[in-house]
Design a protein. Structure first.
Length: 132
């Protein structure tokens, strides 16, 4: 952890890391194995709750990334996003403000098979359904 006002916590995670670098960032990993959680920049939050082999990151300014209960997920926030109870997904919200991407229970949504869940403009994309 580098910078000021940052919090990096790994609770009960085996071979997992939580890194917060910048100003006012929060990186939290709770449980699971081989997880990487990064919050880099200014006022970002990244959280992994359970699951194994996940990569969760929030970057730049005022972004949030959340992964709950899945395995092998990559969740990268340039704005807000979440992956909840899915496995082997890539979820990315990269351009904001107001871009939100999410995965709820889906599995195998990734670039390898051309089904990654992404949002690159304001609006919401959940399980590949885009609003507006």
């Amino acid at each position: 952890t580098g910078g000021s006002g940052n919090l990096a916590v790994n609770l009960f995670g085996k071979d997992s890391t939580a890194t917060a670098i910048g100003i006012g960032n929060r990186a939290v990993n709770v449980g699971g194995e081989n997880n990487r959680v990064d919050a880099l920049g200014i006022l970002n939050g990244a959280t992994n709750l359970g699951g194994n082999g996940n990569k969760v990151g929030a970057y730049d300014t005022l972004n949030n990334a959340l992964q709950v209960g899945g395995n092998g997920n990559t969740v990268a926030a340039g704005t807000d996003l979440a992956s909840i109870f899915g496995n082997h997904n890539e979820v990315a919200a990269l351009k904001g403000p107001g871009a939100v991407a999410g995965n709820l229970g889906g599995s195998n949504n990734n670039t390898a098979n051309g089904t990654a869940i992404t949002r690159d403009k304001p609006g919401i994309t959940v399980n590949k359904v885009k609003l507006p």
